[in-house]
Every structure is written in structure tokens, then in C-alpha cells.
Ligand binder design. Structure first.
Ligand SMILES: [Zn+2]
Length: 197
């Protein structure tokens, strides 16, 4: 039994890790459920996770905590985008699955495009001694310079760094997110400074 948090910026490999867990569970025929937040966006198919030619079956997904079939047992409980769940929702997952699961893994972002922490991920990290067995921060290289470690998620809208006024969660065809290092990251605060100069 292990409860884990895997976090890192956009593009750091969280989906890759989730797909790996899914493949592992499939290899040993372990029953798996993937819990996703119940948010719907334009051009975003919530029942689809694809990585490296592997597509996860639609029937493994549930959208939203209220949709979890609580009478079933799962060996692998994978919670994607934990930053979009509330803290009570995380506790519902833990309380319901802890006794009957081998593996509960939360995947998510710690910080948004403006480097503000997401409350739920920050809460899990802060209480990791009580709530979690494993915590792993995924790192990747900066998309811009290709040299430094990326800890930031850069947001562009129509190829321009996004202002602070855009919503924390924002996905459509004009919006891009990619990992950047501290040097290459252009956050909303830097935008304001540039305007003032
Ligand atoms: Zn860089």
C-alpha cells in the first residue's frame, strides 16, 4: 500500500507516469480507476489520455468525486490534476480507497502560470508526513534555453505571455503552456515591471 503525490510543471512527465502506472496495473490485471476533475473545456476530451502511442480506455475514467463507484474495489487509484480538486475531495478519495487499494497516486501541478500555489497540492505537500508515503517532484529541462531545470509553467496566449487577469485554469486553442527555468520564465509580475519601465 502506498499513497503518493507526483507533482511538477506542465511538460515534466506527469502523464507519462500515470500511463506507466496504468500499464503496470494492466500487466498484473489489477483493477484500476482514473479520477479526473469534473471540468469541461472546449477542445479538451476528458476521457482521453494519450502518451507515446498508448491510449487509456475510456471506461477507466470517472469525472468528479461524486461519480466514484464506492462499492467497488480498485488496486490502483490514479487521481489526475489533483490541483483541480478541493481538499475535502482529496480526503474523500483517501477515506474511501485507503482500506481497499494497493496504490493511490495523486498527479498535479504545484504552481500555476503566475507561480501561485494550488491550494490542494500545497496542502498535500505540507501534510505529507501524515497523508503520504511518497512525494516526488518531477523536473524537466526548460523548453526555451534547453539548459536549466524548469520549475515554472509559462503561459502564452496568441504567442504572448499571459496577463495575471487570465483564469488560473485556461485551456483553448490560443493558449499554450510549457515548462521554463527561472531565467526564461516571463510571469505576469515581470510583464507589469516591463510596462512600468
Ligand atoms: Zn531557460
Amino acid at each position: 500500500m502506498a499513497i503518493s503525490l507526483i507533482y511538477g510543471p506542465t511538460g515534466s512527465g506527469k502523464t507519462k507516469r500515470l500511463v506507466k502506472a496504468y500499464i503496470l496495473a494492466g500487466r498484473y490485471n489489477l483493477k484500476t480507476i482514473i479520477i479526473k476533475p469534473n471540468v469541461l473545456y472546449e477542445e479538451y476530451d476528458p476521457y482521453r489520455i494519450q502518451y507515446d502511442g498508448i491510449t487509456i480506455k475510456e471506461n477507466l475514467f470517472v469525472l468528479g468525486i461524486d461519480k466514484i463507484p464506492l462499492d467497488e474495489k480498485y488496486s490502483f487509484v490514479l487521481v489526475e490534476d489533483v490541483h483541480l480538486f478541493s481538499i475535502p475531495e482529496v480526503h474523500i478519495v483517501l477515506e474511501n480507497f485507503f482500506p481497499i487499494s494497493n496504490n493511490i497516486t495523486f498527479y498535479g501541478l504545484l504552481k500555476d502560470f503566475a507561480n501561485r500555489e494550488f491550494e490542494t497540492t500545497a496542502y498535500l505537500l505540507k501534510n505529507s508526513k501524515n497523508l503520504l508515503d511518497n512525494v516526488e517532484e518531477l523536473k524537466t529541462k526548460c523548453t526555451v534555453c534547453g539548459k536549466h531545470v524548469a520549475r515554472n509553467t509559462q503561459r502564452l496566449i496568441n504567442k504572448v505571455p499571459a496577463p495575471i487577469t487570465t483564469p488560473q485554469i485556461f485551456l483553448n486553442k490560443f493558449v499554450e503552456h510549457y515548462p521554463t527555468c527561472d531565467k526564461c520564465y516571463v510571469g505576469p509580475d515581470k510583464l507589469v515591471e516591463e510596462v512600468n519601465v
